[in-house]
Design a binder for this molecule. Sequence first.
Ligand code: PHE
Length: 312
Amino acid sequence: MSPEERKANGPLFNTLRDRVTEAIAARKTELQTEALNARLASERIDVTLPVRPEPQGTIHPVSQVLDEVTAIFADLGFAVAEGPDIEFDDYNFTKLNIPPDHPARQMHDTFYVAKQGDGSRHVLRTHTSPVQVRTMLKQKPPIRIISPGRAYRVDSDATHSPMFHQYEGLVIDESASLANLKWVLEEFYKAFFEVAQVELRARPSYFPFTEPSVEWDLRCDRSVPGRIVFGQGNDWLELAGSGMVHPRVLEMCGIDSGRYQGFAFGGGLDRLAMLKYGIPDIRPFFESDLRWLRHFGFAALDVPTLDGGLSR
Ligand code: PHE
């Protein structure tokens, strides 16, 4: 443009530029407001809603009973020991004084694992007793442990499951006796069944790894169908196998049987759960039916303690 044309058109162009700038700014503000409103709408919080939804999960009765048993024995000074589910044949049987071809092996309906290259065989442990062996092999007396865990036998009906749970107890020192064992079991059952008194009856029994061997029955009242009360009544319920650890077992596990002695005991955790919480059949324990779990399960945050109440 010539200088004259520029003079005449300059203000026009300036006005135009100002209008375009203004329009862009206005549209920008509009878009920002829109974006802010959309965000406010999407992030809106109803402060009247509860902070957290109700917990949906429950603690399985076996886990609950395992925690209860552990709490009681911890209070009696027992440590918790564990072992693997797939166990050496040697620990499950031989070191428990059940040598190969011993007829007592037939008391256990064993799941065998395929032979290793060297011909040795593992088993799914048929009881928690191999944890006794593992503990004695690596720890010197005094020993005071319980060992809750899974066990496996080829067995299945309303009161037997091919996979079930046991707890094992082992005490080794210079003077541990059957009398001590009876006291420990009495204290345990009183605390577990949450009653003031219990009465135990001893029956002679046989386990290859204990000598003498004793099975214990608990006095109970089953006169009302579908209900059991412990500590009273005229009925007896078999609850635990036990005995003084066989000197041969001590020796095979590297413990001087001239100096040390001890007792062991064991029973079923699922069975304890069924008795305490009135569950008639063991099979649904492992069927993961949500209705069953909601009915028999426990609140997730109620950790059992002796002074806080085991099952409350
Ligand atoms: N292990 C035995 C069983 O499963 C129970 C038991 C444990 C017996 C400890 C004596 C000592 O039948």
